[in-house]
Structures are given as structure tokens and as C-alpha cells.
Design a protein around this ligand. Structure first.
Ligand code: HEC
Length: 165
């Protein structure tokens, strides 16, 4: 009897997962306006651009490559929530109308990105574990940070720069 119940529960779960997969909607991204991207406002060297695509853009942009498990509950809910929160925190697809609009915010976002990458807080650990190509070498982190800090200085107000010299 017990075994039958376990078998039924097991078969039930398989059916439910299959159903969730079959009926789960593929996720869509909002349209990307190339005029809003960070590349319009700042120079992004090819290696930094590639690193951003590999390790950040699935969450911090409208160019999310949704994984297959984003169609299955409850993973779909977790992935969706993460992407929503990340885009709200920082969206590279909306740079010129978001963080990049105000010098203080832009500077803060770039410096925070450097710190997050150096400390290993970003990309988030579960994502890193599922995406081997999101692993960043020490050299890549250094290259990213030197670009980010350099770019951040472009957002310093002239008076601040003058005082610093
Ligand atoms: C799997 C999704 C995911 C990836 C990939 C990811 N982030 Fe995040 N990021 C988040 C979430 C969620 C938040 C907001 C909540 C938080 O701070 O934990 C966030 C917040 C941030 C913030 C806001 C300030 C802070 O430190 O909390 C910065 C800056 C940031 N991420 C930079 C990056 C950079 C740079 C990369 C790529 C190297 C990256 N993130 C990759 C999910 C992600």
C-alpha cells in the first residue's frame, strides 16, 4: 500500500513537471533600444563587453538568455524574481535613461560593480554554479575593474576633479 502511494506521488510529480514544462510560457524580453545602451554613452572595450555579456547581462539587461528551467515552476518564479530585481538594481540596456542619466548614480553603479565583481558577490553564486562561462578569472576581474573605475571618473563633476588635483 505504502509503495503504491509513493508510486502514485512519484508518477504525479512527473506528470506535473511535464505539464508545467509543456504549458510554461517561454519568457520574452522587453525590446532593446540600442540608443539606451551603455555603449552609446561610454567606450566599452571588446573584452569588457564580452565579459559583461557572459557574466552580467542575463540579469542586468533586457538581453536575458532565459534558461530552459525558467519555464518550470518553481524555478521559473525564482529566476523571474532574480531578473526583475537585478534589472531594477542596474540595467545596462537602459543605461542612458537609467543609472547613466545622473553622474552620481552612474559613478556609484560603476564602482559598486567593480566591488561586487572583485568580492565575488556578482555574478550571484547559484548563477555561477549553473553557468560555467560566467566564472571570471583574476585577470578578467582586474580588467573589468580598471575599465569601471576609469569610466567612473568620466562622471565626476569638474569641481570634484579640480579639488582632487
Ligand atoms: C543571476 C543574476 C545576476 C547576475 C548574473 C549578476 N547579478 Fe548583479 N545583482 C543581481 C541581483 C538580484 C541584484 C540585486 C539584489 C542584490 O544586491 O543582491 C544585483 C545587484 C547588483 C548591483 C547593485 C549593487 C550591489 O552590489 O548590490 C551591482 C552593481 C551588480 N549587481 C553588478 C553586477 C555585475 C557587474 C555583474 C556581472 C559581473 C552582475 N551583477 C551579475 C543579480 C545578478
Amino acid at each position: 500500500m505504502k509503495r503504491t502511494t509513493a508510486g502514485l506521488v512519484c508518477a504525479g510529480s512527473v506528470v506535473m513537471v511535464a505539464a508545467a514544462f509543456a504549458f510554461g510560457q517561454p519568457r520574452n524580453n522587453p525590446p532593446v533600444d540600442p540608443q539606451h545602451s551603455i555603449e552609446v554613452a561610454q567606450q566599452v572595450p571588446a573584452d569588457v563587453g564580452r565579459m559583461l555579456s557572459r557574466a552580467c547581462m542575463d540579469c542586468h539587461s533586457y538581453e536575458t538568455r532565459w534558461p530552459w528551467y525558467a519555464r518550470i515552476a518553481p524555478m521559473s518564479l525564482l529566476v523571474e524574481r532574480d531578473v526583475e530585481r537585478s534589472r531594477r538594481a542596474l540595467n545596462f540596456s537602459e543605461w542612458t535613461v537609467g543609472a547613466g542619466k545622473r553622474p552620481g548614480t552612474a559613478l556609484g553603479a560603476l564602482m559598486a560593480s567593480c566591488v561586487a565583481v572583485q568580492s565575488g558577490r556578482m555574478p550571484l553564486r547559484p548563477y555561477r554554479m549553473l553557468h560555467k562561462d560566467a566564472h571570471l578569472s583574476a585577470a578578467e576581474k582586474t580588467a573589468f575593474c580598471s575599465w569601471a573605475t576609469d569610466t567612473a571618473t568620466h562622471y565626476r563633476r569638474p569641481s570634484t576633479v579640480a579639488r582632487a588635483h
